[in-house]
Design a protein around this ligand. Structure first.
Ligand SMILES: [Zn+2]
Length: 310
């Protein structure tokens, strides 16, 4: 009995020792990182609105002005910071030097391999004269361009930040110069986009222009010259997101805009523009007429359209 008791005690001690030994040999349990799903890219309308405001701090971005020069420096820096390759395309149109800012990704890896690009474009210049202003004293002044200039740029810049890199579609972001001086002596409309199309080496499969899309009272009718099938894709995308009160299915205006040279070259192109804007080419095209929400409506739509297998 005695021995047995001792044996049991020894066994227990031995077992405990073994368990202690085993547990010291066993891998220390660690908190294994559970791969968290990457959140889907989201368009940040407030950040886009900050970009719109920032452009207004430069003053008018009319060709050859100090504001235009500062705009170019800032735009290039922001695009580089977002991981894009940037080329400033210089050309002369009607005796004016124009500078288009072209942002692409993977330029070093032969972009043709990434497939024909989808080009998103906006003009970054502002108009020399507010000649539609009701007050004659304002008509020689430059347009502030909160909507007509800064809004399209703000949407494209935010897309530059949130579009995932290394995935299709192959997107080019092009910021056109000298869009907005038509009907002014020595100038015409769309000089930057004309220069761009004249120098095109690869044809984009689709071109989407955004212009005047920051209006706080947003009504984007279907522009009549745009390629219908491409336009329907974008309008359907907007409707899917519940934005059909802003992207209206009724056609309204026929615009001469940066989509025009592409259409003339046989390239499908759409102009997303809200031309129901009473402050067009007036000194009132200012910050109080635009909204982050409107930038978000257009930005969300384009992002979803691009990510939806376009
Ligand atoms: Zn304009």
């Amino acid at each position: 009995m005695k021995n047995t008791k001792i044996t049991i005690i020894i066994s227990i001690i031995f077992l405990s020792a073994c368990q202690a030994g085993l547990s010291s040999l066993a891998p220390t349990p660690t908190l294994s990182p559970v791969p968290s799903p990457t959140p889907p890219p989201a368009f940040n309308a407030e950040r886009a609105f900050e970009d719109l405001q920032h452009q207004l701090t430069f003053g008018p971005r009319t060709p050859s002005s100090p504001g235009h020069a500062r705009m170019l420096v800032w735009l290039e820096a922001e695009l580089l910071r977002a991981g894009w390759d940037v080329t400033i395309q210089e050309d002369v149109q009607m005796g004016h030097t124009v500078h288009n800012v072209v942002a692409r990704r993977g330029v070093g890896d032969a972009p043709i391999l990434l497939g024909e690009p989808i080009l998103l474009g906006a003009h970054y210049d502002t108009r020399l004269h507010a000649d539609h202003d009701p007050s004659p004293g304002e008509r020689d002044e430059p347009v502030p361009g909160a909507n007509d200039g800064a809004s399209g740029v703000a949407v494209l810049l935010e897309l530059a930040r949130v579009l995932p890199a290394g995935k299709s579609p192959n997107v080019w972001l092009v910021f056109f110069d000298a869009e907005d001086n038509g009907q002014i002596e020595g100038w015409d409309w769309i000089l930057g986009s004309r220069a761009f199309v004249e120098n095109l080496e690869i044809s984009p499969k689709a071109v989407v222009i955004v212009d005047m899309i920051g209006d706080a009272d947003l009504n984007i009718h279907k522009e009549r010259n745009s390629t219908p099938a491409l336009q329907d894709e974008i309008w359907n995308q907007a409707a899917e997101l519940g934005y059909d009160e802003y992207f209206l299915s009724t056609p309204k205006y026929s615009m001469l805009d940066d989509h025009t040279p592409f259409l003339q070259a046989g390239i499908p192109a759409v102009d997303i523009i809200d031309f129901d804007y009473p402050y067009w080419h007036t000194a009132e095209d200012a910050l109080d007429k635009v909204s982050a929400h409107s930038l978000g409506v257009v930005g969300d739509t384009l992002l979803a359209w691009l990510l939806g297998g376009r």
